[in-house]
Design a protein around this ligand. Structure first.
Ligand code: FES
Length: 214
């Protein structure tokens, strides 16, 4: 506990944390390891992050007055993303304000094997380059370009900066990860069998992702 921090306890979990006055209740809950449902990202736009503060609290914000009735405010109901910690506090988090009450992470760990006819935009190619001899001043990027037969071979500065060290670490044998004519990475050894893709479907109520072994 640092100087000036105050104790905030959460019920019914019994978790506690110390935070500085002025900390939003939703952040204090996070510090205590509790996730409060915040569909609007804590902007005060959804009214979902309701909690009951059993102690003095800051003046209600305009958003709290919009989402909570006068009777609810008097009973201690507040929006966790709006209310700040003013001093030692006890806070009740109803089950309806916890994501676990209405949301689930569903995992299907074993998918069906199926083939795809589409050529993935990212591909891997194993190459063996001849190491430069004394007096051979060909740039490494050009050496790799010729070995791959992709001309011109494009790459970001960050990849180019790493390339020489990576080639030598790999003893000039490795796997080029390519997106079209752009080098994304150069991996040590033959990693062509390690190729995966992730497809994500962002729906209104469900987020689905699939990992595919290419
Ligand atoms: S998270 Fe939406 S109002 Fe608090």
């Amino acid at each position: 506990m640092r100087e000036h921090e105050v104790l905030v306890g959460f019920r019914p979990s019994g978790r506690e944390t110390h935070v500085l006055p002025g900390t939003k209740l939703i952040e204090a809950a996070g510090a205590a390891g509790l996730l409060i449902d915040a569909p609007c990202g804590g902007e005060g736009l959804c009214g979902k992050c309701r909690v009951v503060v059993a102690s003095d609290a800051a003046e209600p914000t305009a958003a709290e007055r919009q989402w909570l009735t006068e009777a609810e405010l008097e009973a201690g109901w507040r929006l966790a993303c709006q209310t700040t910690v003013e001093g030692p506090a006890e806070v009740d988090i109803p089950a309806s304000s916890l994501p676990a009450a209405g949301q689930k992470i569903m995992i299907r760990s074993r998918g069906a094997a199926r083939s795809t006819s589409d050529a993935p935009p990212v591909r891997k190619r194993y190459v063996e380059l001849s190491a430069p001899l004394r007096g051979d001043d060909m740039p490494d990027a050009l050496r790799l370009e010729r070995a791959l037969g992709v001309e011109p071979l494009k790459m970001d500065v960050a990849v180019l900066r790493e390339l020489s060290a990576r080639l030598r670490e790999a003893d000039f044998r490795g796997t080029a990860v390519l997106a079209g004519d752009r080098l994304l990475d150069f991996e040590i050894g033959d990693t062509t069998a390690d190729a995966f893709a992730v497809s994500v479907d962002v729906g209104t109520t469900t987020l689905a992702a699939e990992l595919t072994d290419l």
